[in-house]
Design a protein around this ligand. Structure first.
Ligand code: HEM
Length: 352
């Protein structure tokens, strides 16, 4: 009986040891290659998986059956760099840039107030912009703000709108904004060309512009500074809007029509250019809008009904005023009103 019990105990021990050995072998055997071959002198154990994915990333191994641009790129390193730039630089720096310029404008207004017409308005009006010029301007403004607002929602919406609309509401809004942005973007080319050909002749550098700039356009005090039809500040805005607009349109076309063989690299570069140009033009437009409305008394009328007070013209654009007066005998043709030298005192009902 005692002999039988001893035999049974021995069998139990054998079974338990066999099981322990099996478990140990299962756990330790796969590590043997590391111990034998892969341990480098620094003591770190390289992960064979990392080598595999490094080779895939570098394009040394891995192919795709899918045909098309970039189809063989299984891991796109620059995509991660682009994402990082968008999230950690473009978005915060753009917000700070726009916010600081807006804050400076509000501060400037609170400290300096609007620039008044020297000697007060006379009530005598003078034609400044033709119907065509104003239509061109407001058509561009409408498109510009449609694109700027939808673009800003795509860039900042997740931070600003998700807390207000919730994820579903924002999803719907963002998708509508994307469609509108993609659809109306190409039309900005038409607006920009119209703007360019309408206003370029009066936005070329002329004598006196440097003096105007050096005196800060009289915005910081002192007398009004002499200027032609557009002063140096307006000319700088014109060229920023035109060059910025050209970059926006060029890069926008690359992003909108991804069917001409442009790969992800080209798309990423276009996106970066598009974002930077948009943020610059939008921010500078704050200054233009301020000066066109609250910043300079009597200016907005020029773009609304085409006329300004004669005192406004003498104060801000004395050389243009003198040209208009000199040409007064040359007739009052409405469509020539936009020209540098051919316009006259307006009849208010002329282009109503
Ligand atoms: C709500 C927005 C805007 C307002 C209230 C506004 C207002 C004005 C006003 C009042 C003028 C006439 C200034 C003068 O008589 O000297 C003007 C001129 C002009 N605006 Fe605007 N504007 C706006 C947006 C824009 C935008 C988005 C652009 C371009 C993308 C633009 C481009 C121009 C140009 C090129 C001129 C002619 C001055 C020059 O050529 O330098 N504006 N604007």
């Amino acid at each position: 009986m005692a002999a039988q019990t001893r035999t049974a105990n021995r069998h139990h021990r054998i079974i338990i040891w066999s099981l322990l050995l099996l478990v140990a072998a299962t756990l330790l055997l796969p590590l043997i290659p590391y111990a034998m071959d892969y341990v480098d002198p620094s003591g770190t154990v390289p992960n064979p998986g990392a080598d595999l994915w490094r080779d895939v990333r570098n394009g040394n191994i891995g192919t795709s059956q899918v045909l098309g641009v970039d189809a063989g790129v299984l891991i796109n390193d620059n995509g991660e760099r682009w994402r990082h730039f968008r999230m950690n630089q473009l978005i915060p720096v753009g917000a700070m840039f726009m916010g600081s310029v807006l804050a400076l404008i509000v501060l400037f207004y609170l400290v300096r107030g609007p620039l008044r017409i020297q000697g007060g308005a006379t009530g005598k009006m003078i034609r400044r912009f033709s119907v065509f010029e104003r239509t061109t301007h407001w058509f561009t403004v409408g498109l510009f703000w449609l694109l700027a607002l939808t673009g800003l929602i795509l860039l900042y919406g997740r931070f600003v709108l998700i807390p207000v609309l919730g994820p579903e509401g924002f999803g719907l809004t963002a998708s509508a904004c994307k469609e509108a942005h993609n659809l109306f973007g190409p039309m900005f080319l038409v607006a920009l060309l119209m703007m360019f050909f309408t206003f370029v002749k009066d936005n070329i550098y002329a004598r006196g512009d440097m003096t105007w700039l050096l005196k800060g356009g009289g915005m910081l005090g002192g007398d009004h500074v002499s200027a032609g039809r557009f002063n140096a500040g307006e000319k700088i805005w014109f060229w920023i809007a035109m060059i910025g607009g050209a970059v926006l349109i060029g890069s926008g076309f690359v992003l909108d029509f991804a069917v001409f063989g442009q790969g992800r690299e080209v798309m990423a570069i276009s996106h970066v250019l598009h974002g930077i140009a948009a943020l610059i033009v939008i921010t500078v437009s704050f200054g233009h809008i301020y000066l066109g409305t609250a910043g300079v008394e009597g200016t907005i009328g020029s773009m609304v009904n085409g006329e300004v007070d004669e005192a406004w013209a003498k104060s801000h654009h004395d050389r243009w005023y003198a040209e208009v007066k000199a040409a007064e005998g040359g007739g009052e043709n409405e469509e020539s009103a936009g020209g540098t030298a051919a316009t006259g005192v307006a009849s208010p009902a002329r282009d109503a």
